[in-house]
Design a binder for this molecule. Structure first.
Ligand code: BES
Ligand code: MN
Ligand code: ZN
Length: 522
């Protein structure tokens, strides 16, 4: 979708549909919505006499969040349709609600077959958002809300919006709106790229093809990309990655994506000529299990197809690195993506095996289904060589986290560093991605002591989200320990409804939080 910004009145804009908004409880629309209402009036130019006011008076539209109404304009203005999108109550308004309202409206336009859609920026008037933030939210919501995954459909009966026109009448706001729209487009496209990887069938997306996709993306946006093949992974002694991968016909991959802050390579100065505060990188690590059968500790077959999304953490890192490069953020960031398929076979690792990890710690395998922590452990250890400023790993790690926080509600956060945890929580909050901190009590460490090896890979069902986090911490702690945050996003793989900017299928959780975090002062 092409995104353009124009300096115009929305009611004078030619498009297949124009999008305006309304707060819940407002009876006489103001601002741009009021201007459209007046243009659609019966008694010339009298405020509150138009088609939108009529809709409100009849009780057909109340302005609830994600409520949309379509009005036909009968030649009174150039656009044949007006889509009114509800923002909810004014006192409850947030940038995320602007994002949602935009998503709902644009998806409606797409369903109606509109090709050119014009929208105002939601919430920069009485909503009180800064123009840049509001424009970014509107464009993010629009592009995410209109997302479709049709790769595996044989027929191309596709409806797609070709152009989104962001309309602003106040010329003084234009530059800020252009900047926000540009950032919003880059970020939404990165979220959609992550969604596509997650939605893609696991016979098509496996470790080799994920790594290829990363190489292509990196070449396009200007990231350095290094892919370790099985030989390189063996040479690095990543015992956890090798153990999980050994049951699959698809060999593992380990992808390293690197973004250098502009100007940092040579002069250690940013584009603005300021010294970079810290050239130590942020490192983002994503669990990349392209399919999780459970291995020898095999999962029940019901709903096993959803385990194609067990690389959602990897997809989040992929998307975040794409956006960070696209925005050319003034910060060094490294993405680490261990990729495996977890299969049962005559070559598969088994319960009872003892694996020597890259760090040297030995792990007794209790369940081959606790595979995510095995590959993340090696990546967390590998991260130490970069002397990171802060590390975040994202993983669809435990069913226990889904039980605790729910499906599609929130991800769980664990951390060894309060300041870093708060930076991550703030980034998530600012982007409307729900994240809730859980404790990293040492008692969880006691539950993964092993009689046969240093530790075991499962502490059992009880407290499963805490013990999994503590397992990871065992590869962070000690020599060269860094500020670390672990996000268990097992409940955030899929949305089962079209709502706001979410569409049925992969959510693409985490991309926006990571991009926002990379912009934070830390
Ligand atoms: N990928 C799963 C976790 C998962 C479950 C994600 C449901 C999304 C929805 C993970 O590899 C796993 O199997 N975890 C086990 C760990 C257990 C064996 C200690 C679990 O949660 O049951
Ligand atoms: Mn598993
Ligand atoms: Zn898994």
């Amino acid at each position: 979708m092409q995104v353009t910004v124009v300096n115009k009145q929305i009611q004078a804009t030619a498009a297949d549909a124009i999008i305006v908004n309304l707060f819940e409880g407002v009876t006489t629309p103001g601002g741009a919505t009021g201007a459209v209402d007046t243009a659609l009036g019966s008694s010339d130019g009298v405020p509150g006499s138009g088609a939108i006011s009529r809709l409100i008076q009849l009780g057909d539209f109340t302005g609830k969040l994600n409520e949309v109404a379509v009005i036909y304009t009968h030649g009174l203005i150039p656009a044949p349709r007006v889509i009114v999108t509800g923002l909810g109550k004014r006192e409850d308004f947030t940038p995320d609600r602007a994002r949602q309202a935009s998503g709902s409206a644009v998806r409606k336009a797409r369903d109606l077959g509109c090709k050119r859609v014009a929208t105002i920026v939601h919430g920069s008037g009485i909503g009180g958002l800064q123009p840049r933030e509001a424009a970014q939210a509107a464009v993010e919501g629009a592009l995410m809300g209109a997302y479709q995954f049709r790769e595996h459909k044989s027929k191309n009966d596709n409806k797609a919006i070709e152009e989104l026109i962001v309309v602003e009448y106040d010329a003084a706001k234009l530059a800020e709106i252009e900047a926000g729209a540009h950032a919003g487009q880059i970020i939404a496209e990165a979220v959609n790229a992550a969604r596509t990887l997650i939605n893609r069938a696991p016979n098509v997306l496996h470790p080799e093809t994920f790594a290829q996709a990363a190489q292509e993306m990196a070449a396009r946006v200007g990231l350095k990309c290094t892919v370790l093949t099985e030989a390189g992974i063996a040479e690095a002694r990543m015992g956890g990655v090798l153990a999980v991968a050994q049951g699959s016909a698809h060999p593992p991959r380990f992808v390293v994506l690197e973004h250098e802050a502009p100007g940092e390579e040579g002069s250690r100065e940013s584009e603005a000529g300021l010294p970079t505060p810290d050239s130590r990188p942020f490192i983002f690590i994503g669990k990349g299990v392209t399919f999780d059968t459970g291995g020898i500790s095999i999962k029940p077959s019901e709903n096993m197809q959803s385990m194609k999304a067990d690389m959602s953490g990897a997809a989040a890192v992929f998307g975040a690195m794409q956006a960070i490069a696209g925005l050319n953020l003034p910060r060094r960031v490294i993405g680490l993506i261990p990729l495996v398929e977890n299969m049962p076979s005559d070559r598969a690792y088994r319960p009872g095996d003892v694996i020597t990890m890259m760090s040297g710690l030995t792990v007794e395998i209790i369940s081959t289904d606790a595979e995510g922590r095995m590959i993340l452990a090696d990546a967390l250890h590998y991260a130490k060589r970069f002397n990171p400023r802060g590390v975040v790993d994202l993983a669809t790690l435990t069913g226990a986290c889904v039980v605790a926080l729910g499906e599609g509600v929130a991800a769980g956060l664990f951390s060894n560093d309060d300041a870093w945890a708060n930076a991550v929580l703030r980034a998530a909050e600012e982007q409307g991605e729900k994240l809730w901190r859980l404790p990293l009590y040492p008692e969880y460490g006691d539950k993964i002591k092993s009689d046969y090896a240093d530790i075991k890979n499962s502490g059992g069902r009880v407290g499963g989200v805490g013990t999994s986090a503590y397992f990871l911490y065992r590869f962070v702690e000690g020599k060269d320990e860094y500020p670390w945050a672990h996000i268990d996003m097992a409940g955030m793989m899929f949305s089962n409804e079209n709502r706001g900017y979410l569409v049925k299928g992969a959510i693409g959780y985490g991309v926006r939080t990571l991009v926002r975090l990379a912009q934070a002062a830390f």
